[in-house]
Design a protein. Sequence first.
Length: 156
Amino acid sequence: MVTVCTSEVIATHQWVHYPHTDGVHVTWQSPGPEGHHDIHLYDIATKTTTNVSADVADHNASARVNGDYVVWQGDDDIFLHEIPTGATTKLSDTSDGHTYDAPVIDGHYVAWQGEDQADSTSDIYVYDINTSTTIKVSGSPDLREFYPQIDGQYLI
């Protein structure tokens, strides 16, 4: 059975793009100042909204929330926001010639795709929040891997 609950989260008449929820929080992308796109976090219990991408990147998209964390694509990098502390960490680095997008999060793992701009290959990366380490989990030159999904300890 599905329970439907409606509540106004945004008091203004701006558009909301790509909403996502974990049952405790809701994230979405909406227009910010000067044509930028921001990522917002709404706490269902306290009914408060926070712009988690403020001063991080100009064009933010693809936010996902899970437990104490929000992950999103900012410009061509991946960012992780810790909800209790408000700390935001950049997980990727476009200076290596890649663009990064399609982040997903489950438990203490974050996964995303990275495309090498020089040869158009695509790889999947996983970040372990507990150990602060990133590993490339793909890399076959014959494959182009896109849009990872993660469930607990399983990466698809």
